[in-house]
Design a protein around this ligand. Sequence first.
Ligand code: SF4
Length: 238
Amino acid sequence: MLVHSFESMGARDGEGIRFIVFLSGCPLRCVYCHNPDTQERMGREYSPEEIVKKALRYKPYFKEGGGVTFSGGEPLLQSKEIVKTAELLKEKDIGYVLDTSLATPLTDSVKGAIEGADMILADLKFSNIEMMKEYTSGTLAHTLKALEFIKSINKRFILRTVVVPGINDREKVLEEYIPLVNNFTPKCWELLPFHTMGFFKYEEKGIDNPLKDTPALEIKRLNELKDYLREKTTVVIK
Ligand code: SF4
């Protein structure tokens, strides 16, 4: 698989201590992307055996649900490689989480990668086709189809939405996500504040940053929005 980078001993993107594999390549081009350096298919090829060997170093720390997280970029672009690696991880009793936009067609290998995961961290970027089109290059239909599949196999998953000032940081806009959230019934819906910590990557890579004048979302405002939405759904909002 084509890897952008690794993060050992990560404490986010899944439960417990994580060994995070950031895979290269993402077709979405979200305007708020904080990992623009992972969008291009650049990096180093690793065999499944090499990934497992690296993960094994951290196995003693994989307690309370810890394990490998495949992130990116969009990891499901490399679903075949994930499936192969997952077989070897399983032999070593190591589980994995997928951190994904679900914005790829639901092929057999994508289904396989989803089925084998302990949990899915799934982006629900926008609730309608128009916003998805305006702020990403993705297709909402792919995400919804994959979420239907996840629901049909009863896979544990969390929905995640980045809240961006001037784009979706209004009650009325976020309220439109509620029917989808209620339909899919995730373990929880995480609202993540837009931040500017990845801006330096745009500068380093000479990539145009469409939100360079957008400030980070204030936590106070995020909490107000969460409180508002909690009155509209029984799904846990974090
Ligand atoms: S899906 Fe993630 S990696 Fe891809 S462009 Fe969007 S934010 Fe960036």
